[in-house]
Write a protein that binds this ligand. Structure first.
Ligand code: GLC
Ligand code: MG
Length: 251
């Protein structure tokens, strides 16, 4: 075996089946110890919500932690996000202005304070609302000199507004390049719409766990064939199945 960069979403991808997680953890920590495999987590959670999760679940300490949908990147032992990444995603972002604009749309309900971060403004909403509100919201943002992207998740129930240059894919590609991993040496895993940016924009092997959301399954059916594997199994068990399919793991 050689080392690789293992990038995984947390909720409903790595986390969901404690027994399978234990098995995967054991294999991953051997890979890290013996070959220098790098373990990277990518999640929509903020730092306090990530800390809540690690208090509840047996997760390995990651080498790279990408939080708030790729807008913050952390390294072990530091609570300060990578400043180079922050500088890269800052142009065209003004959180206050984003919040002001979104206030004009009554169908957006602000998510609780712990969900809000410097570079991610999050709302609860509905799919019907989104179709009519996203275009005017985007043009208002553009007129104010902002460069933002909108990301809907969980069937349109969640809306994140992020800097145009930050999402799970751009953060993972930044990490991949910074650490010098090729696409063949990288693997990504996910289940929901905020993982789609990775599946759409990264050329490395990708694992979609069997319990993936219907939006992701629908995208997978229509998208051009790629190095993408839809597992039958769920959560960490689906990841193990995918790792075996791509020849990283022998069960
Ligand atoms: C996570 C975050 C939430 C966000 C969602 C979709 O659940 O906690 O704020 O809206 O991911 O990215
Ligand atoms: Mg998930």
């Amino acid at each position: 075996m050689a080392k690789f960069l293992f990038v995984t979403d947390l909720d409903h991808t790595l986390v969901g089946d404690d027994l399978a997680l234990e098995k995967l953890n054991q294999w991953l920590s051997e890979q890290r110890q013996n070959y220098g495999t790098v373990i990277a987590y990518t999640t929509g959670r903020s730092l306090p919500l990530y800390q809540q999760l690690i208090a509840q679940k047996e997760l390995l300490e990651p080498d790279i932690l990408m939080l708030a949908v790729g807008t913050e990147i952390y390294y072990p032992g530091s609570d300060t996000p990578d400043s180079e990444w922050t500088a890269k995603i800052s142009p065209g972002w003004d959180r206050e202005k984003v919040v002001e604009i979104a206030k004009r749309f009554p169908c957006f309900v602000f998510q609780p304070p712990l969900e809000q971060t410097s570079f991610k403004v999050s709302y609860y909403t509905s799919l019907d609302g989104l179709a009519v509100t996203i275009p005017p919201l985007k043009s208002m943002a553009k007129n104010q000199g902002l460069a933002v992207q909108t990301l809907d998740c969980y069937g349109g129930g969640f809306l994140d507004i992020l800097p145009e240059s930050a999402n799970k894919a751009s953060a993972a590609i930044y990490v991949q390049q910074r650490l010098g991993f090729t696409d063949e040496q990288t693997i990504i895993c996910g289940d929901s719409s905020n993982d789609l940016s990775m599946f759409e924009n990264m050329l490395c092997p990708a694992i979609i766990v069997g319990n993936a959301q219907k939006e992701v399954l629908a995208w997978h059916e229509k998208a051009p064939l790629g190095k993408r594997y839809l597992a039958k199994n769920h959560f960490a068990s689906g990841i193990l199945e995918g790792l075996e399919y791509f020849g990283f793991y022998r069960g």
